[in-house]
Design a protein around this ligand. Structure first.
Ligand code: CTP
Length: 413
């Protein structure tokens, strides 16, 4: 009898982060997925067979010689709706990129025709080594989703990119990839840049001018783009959310810092989405020490100067074929202001939403109209910020398709 539950193969290779895959497995089984765990032989040194078997409710073996009558080395991959490898070590990525088939997991990867996700975890040097990066590029070119590792404390004393992202984040990636199916990797091989959060402009060492952006919309954009196969750079300003799995997160504070990071990343990007709330003004001068009250005197006014308009700059310097998307937060005359802003900033798409008390900031949902420079107008009813993110990527993907790849690849900035 066939199972109505989505079938997931959870591949586990030999990294210490294997223990985090237990939590991912739990989330998958508890949310109604039929999960078969396929560890490599060495992965079992980190987390043993009884743990995987008990959590998945199925027998577990790293090799092709168990249960041969059922031809597991072919059947598992063929029947899977998703193969998710977490953690993926440098060795596993290399074997997958080169098509080796020396254990059950690599056999499964070769026979799978469903979406495949790799969540790498290793030391920074191994991750950044040209051999690993070339293997990752090969896997992405073939349509696999390779999520960017998170940055932070690694095994031992070192820190840097190489951590396995939070299991909750990995679960979100699995859910999205499954929901979209094999056809959903329309951003595979693309590099996208997303800005998120709100910039802070320092007045003195303890005070700043900021805004109420939570970063939720930008993070939803980053997460959904990664699930659709894109390499994602997320430039994040003052956001108190966990790094989304699949994105390389660059933390910035002020508008100037955001401008530098976004423009640099945009140099190699197919699309840039400015979801961040960038402060239009900053204090003219930064006071090196805290401004004190003076008894009996009014405070000195704070003079403001204009910040650079990053979106307008992106509109001017874009590579040929690059899609530039802005967001417009409006309180009044939402559509008229949106149209004018689209033209002024020279972007391809402008996501216009109405903001105000309790309307958008910090809420998990959003409603918007997406205006296109080509005159298109797409209404997005109130719903999850991820649903709006998916519509934005649909519109971006449609525009990228119109650009011949030889123009894109041959183009510098
Ligand atoms: N933006 C930017 N740099 C700025 C200000 C805004 O890149 N200095 C971007 C935002 O990320 C957003 C878009 O421009 O994608 C629109 O932001 P919004 O605040 O609505 O527009 P403003 O340019 O600030 O225009 P106004 O204040 O007149 O509404």
């Amino acid at each position: 009898m066939t199972s109505p539950k989505p079938r997931v193969v959870l591949g586990v290779s030999a990294g210490i982060a294997a223990y985090k895959a237990c939590e991912l497995l739990r989330r998958l089984t508890e949310s109604g997925h039929d999960v078969t765990v396929v560890p490599t032989a060495d992965a079992l040194r980190f987390v043993g067979e009884p743990t995987w078997a008990a959590l998945s409710g199925k027998p577990v073996s790293p090799q092709v010689w168990d249960g041969v009558a059922e031809v597991p080395h072919v059947r598992l991959g063929q029947q899977a709706d998703l193969v998710f490898v977490a953690p993926a070590t440098a060795d596993l990525l290399a074997r997958a990129a080169h098509g080796l088939a020396d254990d059950l997991l690599t056999n499964t990867l070769l026979t799978a025709r469903c979406p495949v996700v790799f969540a790498p975890a290793m030391h920074t040097e191994m991750w950044q080594h040209p051999a690993t990066q070339a293997n990752v590029a090969t896997l992405r070119e073939r349509g696999a989703v390779v999520v960017e590792p998170a940055s932070g404390r690694l095994t031992g004393k070192d820190t840097g990119p190489g951590r396995l992202p939070d299991p909750a984040e990995l679960f979100e990636v699995a859910r999205h990839v499954l929901a979209r199916g094999a056809a959903g990797r329309d951003l595979a091989g693309r590099h996208v840049v997303v800005s998120a959060g709100g910039t802070r402009e320092a007045i003195d060492p303890v005070r700043f001018i900021g805004n109420r952006s939570s970063g939720l919309q930008g993070y939803a954009l980053a997460r959904t783009a990664a699930a659709r196969g894109a390499r994602v750079t997320l430039v994040s300003a003052n956001v108190a959310l966990p790094d989304p799995a699949g994105a390389e997160t660059v933390a910035v504070g002020s508008a100037e810092e955001m401008r530098k990071a976004v423009v640099e990343a945009a140099g190699s990007a197919d699309a840039v989405v400015m979801a961040a709330a960038v402060a239009d003004f900053r204090p003219a001068g930064y006071r090196g020490s805290k401004i004190k009250k003076t008894e009996g005197a009014e405070p000195e006014p704070i003079r403001l100067v204009k910040n650079p308009d990053i979106l307008a700059e992106l509109g001017r310097i874009r590579r040929q074929g690059q899609v530039v998307v802005g967001f417009a937060a409006e309180t009044d005359d939402v559509l008229a202001n949106g149209q004018a802003k689209l033209a002024r900033k020279g972007c391809d798409l402008l996501v216009v939403n109405q903001v105000g008390e309790n309307l958008t900031f910090g809420r998990p949902d959003n409603a918007a109209v997406v205006l296109g420079a080509d005159g298109s107008r797409t209404e997005v009813p109130r719903g999850a910020k991820e649903a709006l993110a998916e519509v934005v990527w649909d519109l971006v993907a449609a525009r990228l398709e119109r650009t011949p790849s030889d123009v894109r690849q041959g183009e510098g900035r």
